[in-house]
Ligand binder design. Structure first.
Ligand code: XIL
Length: 358
C-alpha cells in the first residue's frame, strides 16, 4: 500500500514537472549553455607531477607565459632565481627577492617548488671564486651557504638539487672549485648539511648525460649507491635530460631504468628535446620534425610512467615554450625544444606527452 502511495505521488510530481515545463516553453528561449568541455592540461592529465623551469621576469610581465605556467604545470623550478650568483651575491648578502616571489606565486596557485641548486661549478659569484681561506674556512663557507638557503625555504621548497653536475663525461669527478677546496667527499657533506637544515626536504643529486651511455651514468649511480650505503640522506636522482630528437630510445630507457634501479626517486628534471643539434642556422621546423619530436616526448613519458609510482617524483621541462628556451641563446642557433611554440600554443609534442601517459 505504502508503495502504491509513493508511486502515485511520483506520478503526480512528474506530471507537475511536465506541466511547468510546457508553461516554461511559452517564455522566450534563452541561448543554450555552451557544451561543457573538459579542460585539458598537463597537470590534470598526467599521473605524476609535471613541471617547468620558470623565469621570474616573464612570470611577472608576460601574461601569456603566466597563463601557461598557471594552467599547465603543478611543479616549478626557478631557472636562475635560486642559483648561487642570484641568491648569495656577497658573503654576507642574500637576495631572496625573486625566489620569494616564486614561492608566493606557488602558494597562491598551489604549485610545488623544487629548489635548484645549492652546489654547482657554475653561477659562482666572485666572492666565492676569489675566496681566500684554509680548509676550515672553506668548509664554513660551504656549510653556511647551504644551510642559510635551505633554512630560508624550509617548509616552502619540498626538494633540492643539492649537488648539480659534479661529474665529467668520462665518469671522473669534475675538477670544480668545490672539489679542489673541499675534497671528493664534499658531495656527501653537502647532503648532510642540507638535511640538518631541513630534515623534511627531499634531496637530489642532479646531472646530465645518463642517456649518453654507461660511462658517466655508472659513475653517478655508483656514487649515489655509495651515499645510500653510508646512510647519507639522499632521496633522489635528477636526470636533466637535455636531449635531442635523434637520441636512441634505448639510451633514454637505460637512463631512466638504471636510475630507478637504485630505489630512489627519479626526477626528469630539465627535459627538452633539441631539434637542431647540428647547429644548422637555416633550419626550419617542419611538420615532420614536429611529429618526430612528439614521438620522442611520448617515449620518454611512457618509459617514465612505467617505473614504480613511489619513485615518480615528476617530469620538469627546462623552460616553458620555444620562445623562452635557453637552447637557442646558449647554442646560438634556431631551435624548438619544448611542447609550446613561440606564441605559447601547444605543439604536437604536447599531445605526445599526453599520449605517453595513456
Ligand atoms: C641554464 C639557464 O637556463 C640559462 O639561462 C643560464 O644561462 C645557464 O643555466 N643545466 C642546469 C641548469 O642545471 O641550471 C642550466 O640552466 C641548464 C643546464
Amino acid at each position: 500500500m505504502k508503495k502504491l502511495q509513493t508511486f502515485l505521488v511520483l506520478i503526480l510530481f512528474a506530471g507537475g514537472l511536465a506541466c511547468s515545463k510546457s508553461k516554461n516553453e511559452e517564455k522566450p528561449v534563452s541561448p543554450p549553455d555552451p557544451p561543457v568541455t573538459e579542460e585539458v592540461s598537463l597537470q590534470k592529465k598526467l599521473p605524476f607531477p609535471f613541471g617547468a623551469a620558470v623565469n621570474i621576469n616573464l612570470l611577472k610581465n608576460n601574461s601569456a607565459y603566466r597563463e601557461v605556467v598557471t594552467t599547465e604545470f603543478n611543479s616549478l623550478t626557478a631557472e636562475t632565481a635560486m642559483k648561487t650568483a642570484t641568491l648569495h651575491p656577497q658573503q654576507n648578502t642574500f637576495n631572496w627577492t625573486d625566489a620569494d616571489y616564486l614561492i608566493e606565486f606557488a602558494r597562491q596557485n598551489n604549485k610545488r617548488i623544487h629548489g635548484h641548486t645549492l652546489i654547482w661549478h657554475q653561477s659562482l659569484p666572485s666572492w666565492i671564486t676569489n675566496f681566500q681561506g684554509d680548509a676550515a674556512a672553506w668548509e664554513d663557507l660551504f656549510k653556511t651557504h647551504i644551510q642559510t638557503i635551505v633554512s630560508h625555504f624550509k617548509g616552502k621548497v619540498v626538494s633540492w638539487d643539492v649537488v648539480n653536475e659534479a661529474f665529467d663525461d668520462d665518469g671522473t669527478l669534475r675538477n670544480s672549485l668545490w672539489l679542489q677546496k673541499l675534497g671528493p667527499d664534499y658531495i656527501a657533506r653537502a647532503f648532510q648539511y642540507a638535511h640538518e637544515a631541513d630534515p623534511d626536504a627531499l634531496l637530489f643529486y642532479n646531472d646530465y648525460g645518463h642517456e649518453y651511455g654507461p660511462t658517466k651514468r655508472t659513475a653517478i649511480l655508483n656514487m649515489v649507491n655509495d651515499l645510500k650505503s653510508r646512510s647519507i640522506p639522499v632521496n633522489g636522482i635528477g636526470l636533466q635530460m637535455h636531449t635531442r630528437y635523434t637520441m636512441a630510445d634505448n639510451n633514454l630507457a637505460n637512463a631512466i631504468n638504471t636510475a630507478a634501479q637504485t630505489g630512489l626517486k627519479v626526477h626528469i628534471s630539465e627535459l627538452d628535446i633539441a631539434m637542431n643539434p647540428d647547429n644548422n642556422q637555416n633550419l626550419t621546423f617542419t611538420a615532420s620534425l614536429a611529429d618526430q619530436q612528439a614521438q620522442k616526448y611520448k617515449f620518454i613519458v611512457k618509459t617514465y610512467n612505467a617505473i614504480p609510482k613511489s619513485q615518480q617524483f615528476g617530469i620538469t621541462t627546462w623552460n616553458v615554450s620555444d620562445a623562452d628556451s635557453w637552447i637557442p641563446g646558449n647554442y646560438n642557433r634556431p631551435d624548438w625544444p619544448l611542447p609550446f611554440d613561440n606564441a605559447y600554443k601547444k605543439k604536437p609534442a604536447y599531445q605526445g606527452i599526453l599520449d605517453g601517459a595513456k
